[in-house]
Design a binder for this molecule. Structure first.
Ligand code: ADP
Ligand code: ASP
Ligand code: MG
Length: 412
């Protein structure tokens, strides 16, 4: 008997009909002889709705209270799904993250899973139940409810699959798998049959929201193979797995973008040791993540420093920067939310040169100005004007011929 973890995203459980449809899929898997643990997201749009509600009573709501609120979305879909399965004549029981011992740290709204006690899930499975667990949440050591950041149900599912040593981890969503680019942005994006964990990790953290990046970190750490597929058909989706023979991998596997970041520039800071440490210490103490950092060449004893942060953190960052601006005697700080970050990703880049050059050339031909650049071994990212981001993604998808099937991909 195989143990299967299935995760259903918001669109897949977005209406009573869809919940019944999901219930039928789960039952089919159970009747095929499997034990099934299901992780659910909130019904499509529910989390956004709760965030809007919070903002109506408080423009900057306390994060602990946000977690109390947001965690309720998944409780609705989990219980409805259990009821739907029972209506179809099978046993099911739903739990929230707290009840099944998903222990996290205390970073409200972006908590990290520390441990999962799978005992209660295992006991309920033994009694013949389909076990349904709310995604996206847990509790900290003081019993506060925490949530795992947007898209966090993916991470709940992979972490539960790892904790239970599940045989399979299926992520059911509203697209047929992982594509070479977001199919909503690139019409001829191609579904990948396989993708390496490292590539998926980069794509996910650079904007491909089909998987939350933390979930891929778990998959890598605990050796969980993930199957991303559609909840609306029975097609085989995309397998996310450890990298195979990288020499065979295409140079660029995918292209992605995000418009959720903002650029901060500190103008005229003294060009001397300790200044960057001073600035980033304060930001790090406020638990704000920094992405790209660029420091210009110093001139006449001062320099400019630019970095990007999540736009959602911008208000908090501005508070942090007020005293910092004085302490480091900066001339001025500017904030630009009108940016898009566009990235190309592929493990094959490790063994090829000229990829960044080709990317810059393609963007130059489209007259798209590059504001910032950053690279890793397997990716190149650029910041461009926000309204040019989709055009840039399409141009790069075409230039790197990502719509064309690469035969040796099967060797991954
Ligand atoms: P769920 O609610 O099932 O978790 P999400 O909306 O979080 O679904 O993720 C699925 C969406 O991710 C797709 O509808 C698609 O628009 C988007 N997406 C972005 N990049 C990609 C990609 N490279 N491949 C597939 N989907 C992508
Ligand atoms: N409901 C949460 C969100 O909308 C978590 C998830 O869907 O994975 O971000
Ligand atoms: Mg998602």
């Amino acid at each position: 008997m195989a143990l299967i973890v299935q995760k259903y995203g918001g669109t897949s459980v977005g209406s009573p009909d869809r919940i019944l449809n999901v219930a039928k899929r789960i039952i089919a898997s159970k009747e095929a002889g499997n034990q099934v643990v299901v992780v659910v997201s909130a019904m499509g749009g529910a989390t956004d709705g709760l965030i809007d509600l919070a903002k109506k009573v408080n423009k900057r709501p306390n994060e602990r209270e946000m977690d109390m609120l947001l965690s309720t979305g998944e409780q609705v879909s989990a219980s409805l799904l259990a009821m739907a399965i029972e209506a179809l004549g099978h046993k099911a029981i739903s739990f929230n993250g707290f009840q099944v011992g998903i222990l996290t740290d205390s970073s409200h709204t972006k908590a990290k899973i520390l441990n999962i006690n799978g005992d209660r899930i295992k006991k309920s499975l033994k009694k013949g139940n389909v076990v349904i667990v709310t995604g996206f949440q847990g509790r900290d050591e003081d019993d506060n409810i925490t949530t795992l950041g947007r898209g966090g149900s993916d991470t709940s599912a992979v972490a539960i699959a790892a904790a239970l040593l599940a045989d399979e981890c299926e992520i059911y969503t509203d697209v047929d798998g992982v594509y070479t680019a977001d199919p909503r942005i690139v019409k001829n994006a191609r579904k990948l049959s396989k993708i390496a964990c490292d590539e998926m990790l980069e794509l996910a953290s650079l904007g491909a929201k089909v998987m939350q990046s933390r979930s891929i970190e778990f998959a890598k750490k605990f050796g969980v193979t993930i199957h991303v597929r559609s909840s609306f058909n029975n097609k085989i989706g995309t397998i996310i797995t450890e990298e195979g023979d990288e020499m065979e991998a295409p140079v660029v596997r995918g292209v992605t973008s995000t418009i959720s970041e903002a650029k901060v520039t500190i103008i005229g800071v003294p060009d001397k040791p300790g200044i960057a440490a001073e600035i980033f210490r304060e930001i790090s103490e406020a638990n704000i993540n920094i992405d790209m950092i660029i420091q210009n060449v110093g001139e006449q004893g001062t320099t400019d420093l630019s970095f990007t942060v999540e736009a959602a953190d911008l208000d908090r960052l501005k508070d942090v920067m007020k005293p910092v601006e004085k302490n480091v005697s900066a001339k001025k700080i500017t904030y630009d939310s009108d940016i898009g970050k566009v990235s190309i990703v592929g493990v094959g880049m490790k063994s090829h040169s000229g990829i960044a050059y080709k990317m810059f050339k393609v963007l130059a031909e489209k007259k798209i100005n590059i504001k910032m650049i950053s690279t890793s071994e397997i990716r190149v990212s650029v910041v461009v004007e926000q309204e040019k981001a989709a055009e840039a993604v399409n141009a790069l998808h075409e230039a790197f011929e990502l719509d064309k099937e690469i035969i040796y991909e099967a060797k991954l």
